[in-house]
Write a protein that binds this ligand. Structure first.
Ligand code: GLU
Length: 488
C-alpha cells in the first residue's frame, strides 16, 4: 500500500504572502485534493528577527480568499500539532541533542565578529562562503574552556567531507550534490531557536509529510535536509521542486515588476476565481493550450508530472484578460456584492454612504462587459453617484457641429424628455434616433453631445441604458447644466 498523501505549505511569516508562495500552496493543495490526501499549514516562525506582526493573519486571509482550505494547521488543529514552529522548540532541541550525542553535530563557539572576518576574507580571496570548521575538531577540554568563558555555542551539523548526496526529484530527476560543496551549517542558534533546516526536517518527519512540493530556490537546501534525515535515521519524503514565477525580464518576480503579494491583487480588484485559475497555470498546464479552468477542473486534472521544468512568466495582460472573463461570468448579485466594497472605498467622499444596493445593482450590468478589475469600478461609474459633473465644454461639441447647433439640439432633447411616457432604453433610443433625423444631424453627433451632458465623459456605458438608470429628472438637470456651460 502506498502511503497517504500529506503535503504542507510552510510559510515564514515575514510579510504579505508573495504570489509565488501562494502558487506553491496551490500546487500542494491541488495535489492533496486530487489525491484525497491532506493539506497542512505549518507556520515556520523560528527566525525571530524576520518575523512580522500580522503576517500569519495575512497569509491565512490570502489562503482563505482563494479557497485554499487546510485540513490541519492554525485555527483547525490536527493530530500533529502544534502547527507553529515556535511552539515546537523542544522537538528541535531533542533532535539537536541526539545529533550531538552521535557525533553528527558539534558545538561552535565562534563569535559573530570572527565569522564576519572569515566571510570578508573569503570574499577577498574569491572563495565560496561557508564556515571554515574551526570548532569541528575541538577536544572535550577545549569545549569545557569555552563554556567556562560563558560563551553560548551554536550547534552545527558535521557534514561528511566527501561523497555525494543524491536524490530523485519528481521534476528534476536525479540530482547530485558533492558533499564537499556544503559547509557545516547551523542547526540550533545560540538563542535556542532552530534554523530552517533543522526545524523543517524534524517537522516534515513528525507530521508524516509524504511529498515536499516547494519552489526551486530551495533545491540547494535539499542535500542538507537529506543528510539530516540520514543522520537522524529517518525516511525522507519525496521531493518536488517546481520552477519559480518570473517577471517579463525572466528574473524572479519581485517588487520591481509591480505588485507581488496576493493581498495587493485582491486590493486591485482581481477576483479569487481569476487568481486561482491564473496562478495554477503558471508553470502547470493541462495541455499547453487550455486557459480557462474552474477550480473543480483543476482539481480533477492536476498532476505533478505536468509541472514544467522552466520558469514561467507572470503575464499581466493575460491576468487582466482573464479577470474580465471572470467578471463577465458573475451574476449581477455577485458582481454587486464583490463590487460594493470597491465603490464604497473609491467613490468621492461627497457621495452619501451607505450606497443603495438596489441602485448599484441597476448600474453594475452596464459596466460588466468593460470592467477588467473591480478597482476600476469607481472610475467607470462615479457619474451615476455625484451631483455635479466637472468636464470641459469641448466634450459637448461633436465634430462638425457648432456650439449653437449643439445648444439647440440639447434644448430640444430636454424638451422632448418632458413629454412623459416611458423612460427606458428602447424608448429613449427610438426618441433620439428620430430626433437626430428631424434635426438633420448624425446620430453620432447627437448621441455624443447627450453623452457628454449626462455623463461628463467621452466614453460611457451604453448611453440610453445609462440615461434610463439616471432617470428623467437627473438627465434633464444635467442637460440644463450643459446648456449653461455652452452659453458661458
Ligand atoms: N519556510 C520556508 C518558506 O518560507 C519553507 C520552504 C519549504 O517549503 O521547505 O518558504
Amino acid at each position: 500500500m502506498t502511503e497517504p498523501v500529506r503535503v504542507r505549505f510552510a510559510p515564514s511569516p515575514t510579510g504579505h504572502p508573495h504570489v509565488g508562495n501562494i502558487r506553491t500552496a496551490m500546487f500542494n493543495w491541488l495535489f492533496a485534493r486530487h489525491t484525497g490526501g491532506k493539506f497542512i499549514l505549518r507556520i515556520e516562525d523560528t527566525d525571530v528577527a524576520r518575523r512580522v506582526e500580522g503576517a500569519v493573519e495575512s497569509i491565512m486571509d490570502g489562503l482563505r480568499w482563494l479557497g485554499l482550505d487546510w485540513d490541519e494547521g492554525p485555527g483547525v488543529g490536527g493530530d500533529y500539532g502544534p502547527y507553529f514552529q515556535s511552539q515546537r522548540l523542544e522537538l528541535y532541541r531533542r533532535a539537536a541533542e541526539s545529533l550531538l550525542a552521535q557525533g553528527n553535530a558539534y558545538c561552535c563557539y565562534c563569535s559573530p565578529e570572527r565569522l564576519e572576518e572569515m566571510r570578508k576574507e573569503q570574499a577577498r580571496l574569491k572563495q565560496p562562503p561557508g564556515y571554515d570548521r574551526l570548532c569541528r575538531g575541538l577536544s572535550a577540554e577545549e569545549r569545557a574552556e569555552k563554556e567556562a568563558e560563558g560563551i553560548t555555542p551554536v550547534v552545527r551539523f558535521r557534514v561528511p567531507l566527501d561523497g555525494e548526496t543524491i536524490f530523485d526529484d519528481l521534476i528534476w530527476g536525479t540530482v547530485v550534490f558533492e558533499n564537499s560543496t556544503l559547509d557545516d551549517f547551523v542547526l540550533l542558534k545560540s538563542d535556542g531557536y532552530p534554523t530552517y533546516h533543522l526545524a523543517n526536517v524534524v517537522d516534515d518527519n513528525a507530521m508524516e509529510i509524504s511529498h515536499v512540493i516547494r519552489a526551486e530556490e530551495w533545491i540547494s537546501s535539499t542535500p542538507r535536509h537529506l543528510l539530516l534525515y540520514q543522520a537522524l535515521g529517518l525516511e525522507p519524503p519525496q521531493f518536488v521542486h517546481h520552477p519559480m514565477i518570473l517577471g517579463p525580464d525572466r528574473a524572479k518576480l519581485s517588487k520591481r515588476h509591480g505588485a507581488v503579494s496576493i493581498t495587493e491583487y485582491r486590493e486591485h480588484g482581481y477576483l479569487p476565481e481569476t487568481m486561482f485559475n491564473f496562478l495554477a497555470l503558471i508553470g502547470w498546464s493541462l495541455d499547453d493550450k487550455t486557459e480557462l479552468m474552474t477550480r473543480q477542473e483543476l482539481i480533477d486534472n492536476f498532476s505533478l508530472s505536468r509541472i514544467g521544468k522552466t520558469g514561467a512568466i507572470f503575464n499581466r495582460d493575460k491576468l487582466d484578460w482573464m479577470n474580465g472573463v471572470y467578471i463577465r461570468r458573475l451574476s449581477t448579485d455577485d458582481f454587486t456584492r464583490q463590487g460594493l466594497p470597491f465603490l464604497d472605498r473609491g467613490l468621492p467622499p461627497e457621495v452619501k454612504r451607505p450606497l443603495s444596493v438596489d441602485y448599484v445593482k441597476e448600474i453594475m450590468p452596464l459596466v460588466q462587459e468593460r470592467a477588467k478589475t473591480l478597482a476600476e469600478l469607481p472610475g467607470l461609474v462615479d457619474f451615476f453617484f455625484v451631483d455635479e459633473l466637472h468636464y470641459d465644454v469641448n466634450l459637448l461639441l461633436p465634430k462638425e457641429m457648432s456650439r449653437e447647433r449643439v445648444a439647440e439640439a440639447l434644448e430640444i432633447s430636454r424638451q422632448r424628455m418632458d413629454k412623459g411616457g416611458p423612460f427606458d432604453n428602447e424608448s429613449l433610443e427610438a426618441l433620439f434616433r428620430s430626433l437626430a433625423e428631424e434635426l438633420g444631424v448624425k446620430t453620432g453627433q447627437l448621441f455624443g453631445a447627450l453623452r457628454g451632458a449626462v455623463t461628463g465623459r467621452k466614453a460611457s456605458p451604453p448611453l440610453f441604458q445609462t440615461m434610463a438608470v439616471l432617470g428623467r429628472e437627473r438627465c434633464q438637470k444635467r442637460i440644463q447644466s450643459a446648456l449653461h456651460k455652452l452659453s458661458e
